[in-house]
Design a protein around this ligand. Structure first.
Ligand SMILES: [Cu+2]
Length: 87
């Protein structure tokens, strides 16, 4: 999973533009936008971070790659940690 910070995203219309841009790169991508923290999480297997970042930039925003989250086995779905950051 990838996480981008998009500071100039400010409303729902930005969210839909960005989601659309990402889906143009990877139609299968799971896009999860958190408007409050201005983060865009993308779960995509068929695209490179640079491609997604370029797509967001082309939609008129300035993304920065925040983290490349690697899911740790056992950390997801066992109820111990919701995000890996709150243990
Ligand atoms: Cu907007």
């Amino acid at each position: 999973m990838l996480e981008f910070e998009v500071p100039d995203m400010s409303c729902r219309s930005c969210v839909s533009k960005i989601s659309k841009a990402i889906r143009e790169v990877d139609p299968q991508a799971q896009v999860d936008v958190d408007l409050a923290s201005k983060r865009v999480r993308v779960d995509s297997t068929g695209s490179a971070p640079e491609e997604l970042s370029a797509a967001i930039a082309q939609a008129g925003y300035t993304p920065s790659v925040q983290t490349q989250v690697t899911l740790r086995a056992g950390a997801e779905g066992n109820g111990i940690s919701c995000c890996g950051g709150c243990r």
